[in-house]
Design a binder for this molecule. Sequence first.
Ligand code: HEC
Ligand SMILES: [Cu+2]
Length: 368
Amino acid sequence: MKNGLKKWRFLPLVAAMAFILSGCGEPFLSTLQPAGEVAQKQFNLMMLSVAIMVLVIIVVSIVYVIAITKFRRSKLGEDFIPKQVEGSHRLEVIWTVIPIILLLILAVPTVALTFELGDQSGAEAEDEEGNREALVVDVRANLYWWEFSYPDQGIVTAQELVVPTDQNVYFNVIASDVKHSFWIPAVGGKIDTNVDNMNKFYLSFDSERAEEANNLFYGKCAELCGPSHALMDFKVKTMGEEDFNQWVTAMQEAGEAEQQFESDTVADGYAVFEDQGCIGCHAINPTQQIGTSTGPNLTTFGEREHVAGILDNKDSEEVQAENIKNWIRNSPDLKPGNKMPVYNQDDLSDEDLDALTEFLMSLKVNNE
Ligand code: HEC
Ligand SMILES: [Cu+2]
């Protein structure tokens, strides 16, 4: 009885782990929930290779079980010698040809899809007036933040990629310091972002799946790049084409509009932002400094889901303010090795920090 129980002692542990791990991760942070045409094709290919592997495992297991049951020594006696088959032409042909066929079944769609997904000709297509038809986004990966610029629209943003659904979006990806990798698990990737050369690929975002995901996908850096690699997250906001065009227009207009402040505190905060030199690294104009800034563009900061991609920026205004202050005072604790300086009490008084925080929270383009 005791032994019988012993056998099962790992069961609760395994059950508890399965239970806990199944709660891991955000919805649509999985390659197994494809949310676009590219992801779907990659998923199909994965399923094909899994199917082939399962088939091989099943056949081998069956042969193995037959061999160990049929040819037991206790059944056939000590001196039994089975039929000798070495050099059998038939067998040699069978076990050479079957793997070749399996490999072909896997290789043909893989190579075909590799070329199909590498096709960038859609990015060149132009309408009658010579304007590019497709949307092109330049992605720049930095330790540990992301910049997204829209060269044809003349706008730039950071940490949150905004894209229209149901069309191919063409990405040109580079890195400014070390190698990173651009990956939106549910939609596609990964593709290396290199310092020396630009990689290109495209993705598409399915509107129905996007709606299920509340129009918010999670992106990751997929190449170990430093101590805060695991915190190098970005978000992807999806919207219909019309909303996207409106967003572009709002960004372009914000680039031309004169700076306006909601209140005196916000104006004071802006003064601190200038005095402290924040503005040297952070543009607050969406049309400024494309591809050159040393910190994330903050034009839409007040609308972002997160501070620095990791701290909640959407819960309540108190939490948002708390997180922003925490970031400015302690960013190395929150994201070890990041390139933003620390501002302690000596550099920046609590009063100035309050005003600065209000100013940062007021940075919005869409008045929601
Ligand atoms: C030397 C350049 C530099 C200076 C100066 C600087 N920052 Fe930063 N800042 C950065 C970098 C780089 C990041 C991105 C850090 C990361 O996520 O790894 C960042 C991130 C941020 C973020 C989060 C951005 C986001 O999109 O979520 C805020 C907010 C911010 N900085 C505010 C400030 C303020 C306020 C000041 C002035 C008191 C300031 N920064 C000064 C480089 C700088
Ligand atoms: Cu990285």
